[in-house]
Design a protein around this ligand. Structure first.
Ligand SMILES: [Zn+2]
Length: 188
């Protein structure tokens, strides 16, 4: 199903798709299938679109690309009907989609570090081209970048560790007791 609507004057297309996933259990080697659904929002990312219809089409296409990528790359944590094991890839898929706020915040610190590095290189170039280069300029620049990396890299590292720790807590196989278990692991 594909819906198109305006959200606070921004054109958004919504795509909902389902697919059937075939899995061979890594524990008991039985094969099973499950149905997975995903929803994605797409927008017209081009700088300019001639008409609203063209913008709609681009937004539709964007939503379709996103939802297809989700269906292809993601998995749901469905326990094997035969033994109850939740496949490692399913767990990794859930973890990749979890605590994305922490991940984005961490990446923002990385961007700041990249920005500091780029500005320092620019500063050094300006020194060279304005004939104000001094012998200790490079040493000073390295020292500045090093201090900024340490200051900005610490929160990045802490956020990365926090996300890793929180993600480690999610393991539906902790209750796995073996073949044909009656108590299947908790399903998200
Ligand atoms: Zn199994």
């Amino acid at each position: 199903m594909l819906l198109i609507f305006f959200s606070s004057s921004k054109l958004l297309a919504r795509a909902r798709r389902s697919c059937s996933k075939c899995v061979t259990c890594e524990k008991c080697h039985e094969t099973f299938t499950y149905c997975m659904s995903r929803e994605a929002f797409g927008e017209d990312k081009s700088v300019f679109s001639n008409t609203r219809e063209v913008a709609w089409r681009k937004a539709e296409q964007n939503a379709e690309e996103i939802v297809q990528r989700m269906l292809q790359e993601e998995s749901d944590p469905i326990p094997c009907p035969s033994c109850g094991w939740v496949q490692e890839e399913m767990i990794r898929s859930v973890r990749r989609r979890s605590y994305t706020g922490l991940k984005n915040l961490g990446n923002a610190f990385l961007l700041f570090i990249a920005g500091v590095f780029a500005l320092t290189v620019l500063y050094l170039f300006l020194l060279v081209f304005s004939y104000k280069w001094e012998n200790n300029a490079l040493y000073g620049a390295c020292e500045f970048v090093g201090v900024c990396t340490a200051i900005l890299g610490t929160p990045y590292l802490l956020l990365w560790l926090l996300r890793w720790g929180l993600n480690s807590l999610y393991n539906p196989n902790t209750k796995f007791v073996g073949q044909n278990s009656e108590s299947h692991p908790h399903q998200k």
